[in-house]
Design a protein around this ligand. Structure first.
Ligand SMILES: Cc1ncc(COP(=O)(O)O)c(C=O)c1O
Length: 395
């Protein structure tokens, strides 16, 4: 009998994409919608990046190419990680992939056996639990609680280790909370990983988008080089979401496994895109710092405005470009708030449960949108809040 493999029924989609689909539907019916649901910078790469990619295309760089990625790109990534994150890796440790999601998937597929337990942040990027489930592994959430400013709690995590624990996923700065893990927390997580001989999958896709001090990679802690895989890419730091380019930094034996995955799936990443990426990493036009400075400005203003909305409470995130709003003060569910905001208010946002059960009382707004859009969104949200103010008054 023809059937779909059972693993498909345990994997989940992404809240952002379903909200986006509904928002588009409303727009096609003539509604004005401000899109704050997707995690996508409203910037584009600078002219030199576009030029490098188009020149490469014109020169016929549209062939199958090196499975791990062009040596020149991998050299550039190694130099970039040294410059921006002070970590020493060589090109031989780097495997490119068509996006960080693919990199995450293949890393997990390469390292997990069915039944293996995977510690991951809740709330967190929806792919972590979904991919683990799809591979027959067991996702084990650790809570990022508002009481703890959304930092992981190492003693809670230590209490969740079992004989089957194989991997810990970290994500700093984190989606959706924007938390940058403290040095003390990361050190404690690294100690747990060493003590229990775990793989650490450190999703550092937002590492460049921080509003405070120096970024510390998980790779820098004692004993981490042999067990850490860094996942990073071009979607966020270089505003290149649609170029589909990410990479994994891994120990040698994992590199061999990732190359096997690549050979059996995507073969290599798009050649001319890699030439654009080399240029992006050199950042001759200062695009990344300029974009981050603009996000910082929006963060101040938008978070301030959100805190004026009755029942909303929002801490300024330390990284990434999301406002993670505690809505407990509204007396209404996050789903109902997002429904009202989208259907009546014309603002698309995501109910926090899309990022895991601990996100239940939160709503995520992306502030990767213009100041004009964000100001208008804040005004619309304030107007729509009369609905839940009514609910509060009735109590
Ligand atoms: C934490 C995190 N990891 C990975 C990804 C996937 O990024 P990519 O576009 O490179 O597949 C995202 C995108 O939203 C993300 O937020």
């Amino acid at each position: 009998m023809r059937s779909i493999a059972s693993r498909m029924s345990v994997m989940t989609g992404e809240g952002a994409l379903s909200v986006y689909a509904r928002a588009k539907e409303l727009e096609s019916q003539g509604h004005s919608i401000i899109h704050l649901e997707l995690g996508e910078p409203d910037f584009h790469p600078g002219p030199s990046v576009i030029e490098s990619a188009t020149r490469a295309l014109a020169e016929g760089k549209d062939r199958y190419c090196a499975v791990a990625g062009l040596p020149a790109l991998r050299e550039e990534i190694a130099a970039y990680l040294k410059r921006t994150r002070n970590i020493d890796v060589s090109a031989a440790n780097i495997v490119t992939a068509p996006g960080c999601k693919a990199a995450l998937f293949f890393a997990m597929m390469a390292l997990l056996e069915p039944g293996d337990e995977v510690l991951y942040p809740d709330p967190g990027f929806p792919g972590y639990a979904s991919i683990a489930l799809g591979l027959g592994a067991v996702p084990v959430p650790f809570e990022l609680s508002s009481r703890n400013h959304f930092q992981p709690n190492p003693s809670e995590i230590a209490g969740k280790i079992t004989r089957r624990t194989r991997m810990m996923i970290t994500n700093s700065p984190g989606n959706p909370t924007g938390t940058v893990y403290t040095d003390a927390v990361q050190r404690a997580l690294a100690e747990i990983a060493v003590k229990h001989d775990l793989w650490v999958l450190s999703d550092e896709i937002y590492a460049r988008i921080i509003y405070g001090s120096e970024y510390i990679s998980m790779l820098r802690y004692p004993g981490m080089e042999e067990r850490t895989l860094i996942i990073d890419g071009f979607s966020k730091s270089f505003a290149m979401t649609g170029w589909r380019l990410g990479y994994t930094v891994a120990p040698p034996e994992v590199v061999s496994a990732l190359l096997m995955m690549a050979v059996n799936t995507y073969t290599c990443v798009n050649e001319f895109v890699q030439y654009g990426a080399i240029d992006a990493m050199r950042d001759r036009e200062g695009s990344t710092p300029r974009m981050v400075a603009e996000f910082a400005r929006r963060r101040e203003r938008f978070v301030h405005n959100l805190n004026q909305v009755p029942g909303f409470q929002c801490e300024a995130p330390e990284g990434a470009f999301y406002a993670w709003v505690d809505i407990r003060g509204t007396g209404t569910s996050a789903e109902e708030i997002c429904r009202v905001l989208l259907e009546d208010g014309g603002v698309a946002a995501i109910p926090g449960a899309a990022f895991g059960p601990s996100g239940r009382d939160f709503v995520r707004f992306s502030f990767a949108s213009s100041v004009e859009n964000l100001d208008e969104a804040a005004a619309r949200i304030k107007r729509a809040s009369t609905v839940w103010q009514g609910t509060l008054a009735e109590r």
